[in-house]
Design a protein around this ligand. Structure first.
Ligand code: SF4
Ligand code: SF4
Length: 152
C-alpha cells in the first residue's frame, strides 16, 4: 500500500497544478454553460411575458420607461424566460455573474427612435385605431340590423 501512494505523491509533485490562478487567469466557459441572461433590447417588444414566467421575479419590464431589468443574483438560470420570449431576444450567455459584495441589477433601455421611425410608429398606431373604430362601427351596425329584424 505504501508504494503506490509514494508513486502518486512523487508524480503529483512534478505535475502542473489542477487549479487555475483565478481571477488572474480568465476562466474558459463551455458554450453550453448557463451563466447569465441578456436581452437584445432592439428586438424586445416589452410584452412582459418573461417577467410573468420568471419563478424568482428576477425580471422587471417597464413599458412606460421602455426598459428591461434583470437581477442576476436572483436568477436561477432555469431558461423559462429564454424559452417563452416570443421575439427570441433573450440569450443565456455562458459567463457567470461576477461575485460582488452586494446585489445589483442590470437595465437595458430601448434606443430612442429617429424622427422617421417615430413618424412610422405614429402612422401604425393611427392605422390601428382606425381599424378598431371601423370594427366597432361594423359591430354596432350589425346589432342595429339584428334588432330591427327581431322587431319586424
Ligand atoms: S418576453 Fe421577450 S419580447 Fe417580451 S418583454 Fe421579455 S424579452 Fe421582451
Ligand atoms: S433564467 Fe429563469 S430565473 Fe433566470 S431570469 Fe430567466 S426565468 Fe428568471
Amino acid at each position: 500500500m505504501g508504494m503506490p501512494l509514494t508513486g502518486m505523491t512523487l508524480k503529483n509533485l512534478f505535475r502542473k497544478p489542477a487549479t487555475k490562478m483565478y481571477p488572474l487567469q480568465a476562466p474558459q466557459y463551455s458554450s453550453r454553460s448557463k451563466g447569465h441572461v441578456t436581452n437584445i433590447i432592439e428586438d424586445c417588444i416589452l410584452c412582459g411575458i418573461c417577467e410573468k414566467r420568471c419563478p424568482t421575479h428576477a425580471i422587471t419590464v417597464d413599458k412606460a420607461a421602455e426598459s428591461w431589468t434583470i437581477d442576476n443574483f436572483n436568477c436561477i438560470q432555469c431558461l423559462s424566460c429564454v424559452r417563452a420570449c416570443p421575439k427570441k431576444c433573450l440569450v443565456m450567455e455562458p459567463e457567470y455573474t461576477k461575485a460582488a459584495t452586494s446585489k445589483s441589477t442590470q437595465t437595458v433601455t430601448k434606443p430612442a427612435l429617429s424622427e422617421a421611425e417615430q413618424a412610422a410608429k405614429a402612422a401604425r398606431e393611427q392605422e390601428k385605431q382606425e381599424r378598431i373604430a371601423a370594427a366597432l362601427a361594423k359591430k354596432a351596425a350589425k346589432q342595429v340590423a339584428e334588432a330591427d329584424t327581431a322587431n319586424e
